[in-house]
Design a protein around this ligand. Structure first.
Ligand code: MET
Ligand SMILES: [Zn+2]
Ligand SMILES: [Zn+2]
Length: 414
């Protein structure tokens, strides 16, 4: 097989890094090989055993200046292979240039594009003023607790002296690149109702499922009011609180098609909640406490938010996108220099590892250069067109060049 940016992308995509058993050693050894051939220094750190992360460094001529970090994650969500046109780890390329693979958009494209851009800059004789770091982290798709969260609070991260970071973004259906200056914080809510068990034929108050269902209905109503605001055009999708049931459990399954004649004493539901930076977490928490899981209805709940190391239930920081942030205008001009246009900056509806870095006070933009591309993150038949992938390399060349050459802004030290 020939060795081109596209075939290197395909090789990276063919490594199965999907949960629940992501292979982390193979992608790291692939990336280390690439990085060494470019003369970058490589460092692997295992904060948690079996969950390594990789940091590549291109030394700048003034390594004292705050550095630029380009991040991507190694892992992917699973794929239902039988629902795909081409196997999800085949990286099959169609005649019209679509490369099908889990991770093609989220986010192995950027992981390879960073390296290809550095390769091209090097071959043109460019050398950076600031240090350029490229990180590849595990576990993003399951919260980043054993990956970026541990990295962000580590002495190793502090030593990198990161002044600005680019992390993943999302595809754009139109011809303007999307860029994200903030994101929603994920809360994982489990509610649990307890009640008296009883004969299936008996009518009584305060059963576990009855208590749970009251909450399920209230939550569904709240979900509807939030969704209505989007449908009415009053808020962007990522500016409202989303709450979706992702888990339900109660009772004993039917036997031989006949339901068990026993009312259960415990019933549970799990919700995926995404809270935008403009929502008040305390008000929302009160709602859960008083309306959705009140102890007077024999209910209890747990909320897992952000991670193991950070304070719970806080508000996420947004990166400023005005003149107070010099990185913003450098980034914007660098994209425009490639003939690209940026759409109005957005809050990301989902969640990335960027939140851990923003929490440190380091500005982060979420950006994946994919225009005229359907948004297929976590979907069947995820693909990226070869031409879009190749154009992305050029865009990163411009971005890396501009950001790493920035002389001012030493007050940006975190
Ligand atoms: C829940 S932490 C983030 C995991 C994943 N990136 C998502 O948005 O769902
Ligand atoms: Zn991602
Ligand atoms: Zn994802």
């Amino acid at each position: 097989e020939e060795d081109t940016p596209i075939t290197r992308f395909q090789r990276y995509l063919r490594i199965n890094t999907a949960h629940p058993n992501p292979n982390y050693t193979a992608p790291i050894s692939f990336l280390v090989d690439q990085a060494r051939s470019l003369g970058l220094t490589t460092r692997t750190i295992e904060f948690v055993k079996g969950k390594p992360l990789l940091i590549l460094t291109w030394l700048g001529s003034n390594p004292k200046l705050p550095s630029i970090l380009f991040n991507s994650h190694l892992d992917s969500v699973p794929a239902e292979a039988d629902k795909w046109l081409h196997p999800p780890f085949s990286a099959h390329r169609t005649d019209d240039g679509r490369i099908y693979a889990r991770g093609a958009q989220d986010d192995k494209c950027i992981g390879v594009q960073y390296l290809e851009a550095i390769k091209n800059l090097k071959s043109r004789g460019f050398s950076p003023l600031r240090n350029v770091h490229v990180s590849y982290v595990p576990e993003e798709e399951i919260g980043g607790f054993d990956g970026m969260e541990m990295f962000a609070v580590s002495s190793e991260f502090k030593e990198l002296n990161v002044g600005f970071t680019i992390d993943e973004g999302q595809a754009s259906r139109g011809d303007e690149y999307r860029v994200f200056y903030g994101e929603r914080t994920p809360w994982s809510l489990d509610i649990r109702a307890e009640g008296i068990p009883g004969h299936g034929a008996k009518l009584y108050d305060n059963g576990a499922t009855e208590n749970l269902m009251k909450s399920v209905e209230l939550i569904a109503k709240f979900r509807e009011t939030q969704f209505d605001m989007v449908k009415a055009g009053k808020a962007a999708y990522s500016e409202i609180i989303s709450i979706n049931p992702v888990y339900l459990k109660a009772g004993t399954p039917s036997t031989n098609g006949f339901v068990m004649n026993m009312q259960p004493s415990v019933a549970e539901a799990g919700y995926d909640i995404r809270l935008p930076p403009m929502a008040d977490p305390d008000v929302f928490k009160k709602r859960i406490d008083e309306e959705w899981a009140p102890s007077i209805r024999n209910m209890s709940y747990s909320i897992l938010e952000r991670g193991k190391l950070k304070d719970h239930l806080g508000r996420l920081i947004m990166t400023s996108i005005d003149d107070s942030n010099p990185w913003w205008s450098i980034f914007k001009q660098a994209v425009e220099a490639t003939g690209g246009k940026l759409a109005k900056p957005e809050i990301l509806a989902s969640t990335t590892d960027a939140r851990y870095i923003r929490t440190l006070g380091v500005p982060v933009l979420g950006f994946s250069p994919m225009i005229n591309t359907p948004i297929l993150v976590h979907d069947h038949n995820e693909f990226l067109k070869d031409t879009v992938f190749m154009k992305g390399i050029e865009v990163y060349e411009s971005i890396i060049n501009a950001l790493s050459s920035f002389e001012g802004g030493s007050d940006q030290v975190n």
